[in-house]
Design a protein around this ligand. Structure first.
Ligand code: MYA
Length: 454
């Protein structure tokens, strides 16, 4: 396989690090050169943490200015109403053309209304937190940033937070310090609603990651990836050999596996909560949040509905007990100007849980590890089969959660993208990200990152 080309494609698929230029701009600057970030309540590089907790002294919403920061002459702030089709379209256009660097303009994220409603409208979402910048004269949207509320827990401590995502500045307005203004404005709007912490991820290194995970990619439809020019037959191999290597069974294997239904929410949520207790950085889902994130907006979507964003499954044993749960979401690419293929399906592993190691006192013991490894390999193997049935051509995962237990066995190749996790206004000890010093999968310590961001 032409590893380089495939890697290039797969890098473009990472929503959180769409900017390839930034990606290659490896590693960090000196702290003093982070002109913006050194003014913010974030951990400095190498800063010793004595005790975990907030960085800033406690403030009240009324201490925060009620009005937006001034915006440069020709631009103006614009709260984007994502329930308005035309305004949502503005966001798609901005992100399509500026979020992913694809010089040949051969591919675009196929953002849909369904995807954005799922990603940006969980329970408690705020209209004010979809912040845009428009050109005054034309109304053109040239920058965007979003926040959604989450109940985060860091090593068992509740940290009411927001998740920041989809920060984007138009290519022609890059390096003009617009990003810091957007970040300050979203901070102001979030603080006005009495929230003082944030979780965010980025491919770039900023002060200072609490954890770093690696991307892993599992080609599902190798022949199609070759057709669209992403991959070549590697030396010493033939195309049929490559197809055979990545071939998947037509049917899932786990008995009792079925799509999650509304009636499963209580049991699946309880299972997820219990499973996630092992991790140090987790999202605490309310019942309503769980239903939103895992059933999605459109419960009536049929099994083969290609527009389905979130796919959630449970395993029910003979006694009617939910023993396992997994989910993945879809964010496809549109393939431009290709004679045969119009779309490339991309699946992203989301949350999962299993009771496979619950009976063991020490989850890192050989027996507990073997039990969980066997079960997760079967479950996520089935997830790749279901992803294939849902017309996905590549399946992505990180080294977070307990993923390193199954990545190799299921032929997820290590990508060269890394994802850094950050906390705003909260200092904390590092959290393991599932990679060793040499960046290979850490199958022993695994990861203590439980939270999964879009
Ligand atoms: C309590 C509530 C708090 C809420 C807020 C919590 C914090 C949220 C933080 C945001 C989480 C976002 C999560 C996501 O969505 S990550 C996805 C980010 N988006 C992309 O990669 C899309 C393509 N790229 C772009 O659109 C632009 O290059 C962006 C907008 C990224 C930067 O625009 P531009 O290239 O024109 O630069 P500038 O001149 O305006 O500004 C330069 C300053 O910006 C710092 N920079 C560069 N990239 C990032 C980055 N990804 N996160 C944070 N900071 C970043 C940089 O170090 C420098 O600061 P300093 O080095 O001088 O100090």
């Amino acid at each position: 396989m032409d590893q380089k080309k495939l890697e290039d494609l797969l890098k473009m698929l990472q929503v959180n690090q769409g900017d390839l230029a930034k990606l290659s701009e490896q590693q960090r600057k000196d702290m003093k050169d982070y002109k913006f970030w050194k003014t913010q309540p974030v951990q400095k590089f190498g800063q010793e943490v004595d005790k975990e907790g907030p960085i800033d002294a406690q403030k009240r919403p009324e201490d925060v200015p009620a009005d937006p920061l001034p915006m440069l002459g020709e631009f103006e702030w614009s709260t984007v109403d994502i329930e308005d089709a035309a305004q949502l379209e503005d966001v798609f256009v901005l992100l399509n053309e500026n979020y992913v660097e694809d010089k040949d303009a051969a591919f675009r994220f196929n953002y849909t209304r369904e995807f954005f409603h799922w990603a940006l409208k969980p329970p408690g979402w705020s209209r004010e937190w979809n912040v845009g910048v428009r050109v005054k004269a034309t109304g053109k949207l040239v920058a965007f940033i979003s926040a959604i509320p989450i109940d985060l827990a860091v090593r068992g401590k509740d940290v009411r937070s927001v998740e920041i995502n989809f920060l984007c500045v138009h290519k022609q307005l890059r390096s003009k310090r617009m990003a810091p203004v957007l970040i300050k404005e979203i901070t102001r709007r979030v603080n006005r609603q009495d929230i003082w912490h944030a979780l965010y991820t980025a491919g770039v290194v900023l002060p200072s990651p609490i954890s770093t995970c690696r991307y892993a990619h599992r080609p599902i439809n190798w022949a199609k990836l070759q057709d669209v020019g992403f991959t070549d037959v590697p030396a010493g191999k033939t195309a049929p050999e490559m197809v055979a290597m990545y071939a998947l069974p037509g049917k899932t294997k786990t008995s009792g596996l079925r799509r999650m239904a509304a009636g499963d929410v209580d049991a699946a949520l309880a299972l997820l909560v219990k499973y996630q207790r092992r991790f140090e950085l987790v999202q605490k889902f309310s019942k309503a949040e769980f239903a939103h994130w895992f059933l999605g907006e459109d419960e009536s979507a049929s099994d083969d509905d290609a527009s389905r964003v979130i796919h959630s499954y449970v395993v029910e044993d003979a006694d009617g007990k939910i023993t396992d749960f997994f989910s993945f979401y879809s964010l496809p690419f549109t393939v431009l100007e290709h004679a045969v293929h119009k779309e490339l399906g991309i699946g992203y592993l989301f949350y999962y849980a299993s009771d496979a190691d619950f009976a063991f006192d020490d989850r890192f013991s050989a027996e507990a590890t073997a039990a969980l490894k066997t079960r997760l390999t079967a479950l996520i193997g089935d997830a790749t089969i279901l992803a294939k049935q849902a017309k996905m051509d590549v399946f992505n995962a990180l080294t977070s959660q307990d993923n390193t237990l199954f990545l190799d066995a299921l032929k997820f190749g290590p990508g060269d993208g890394f994802l850094n996790f950050y906390l705003f206004n909260y200092k904390a000890f590092p959290v393991t990200g599932g990679i060793k010093d040499d960046k290979s999968y850490d199958t022993e310590r695994r990861s203590n990152v439980g939270v999964v961001m879009l």
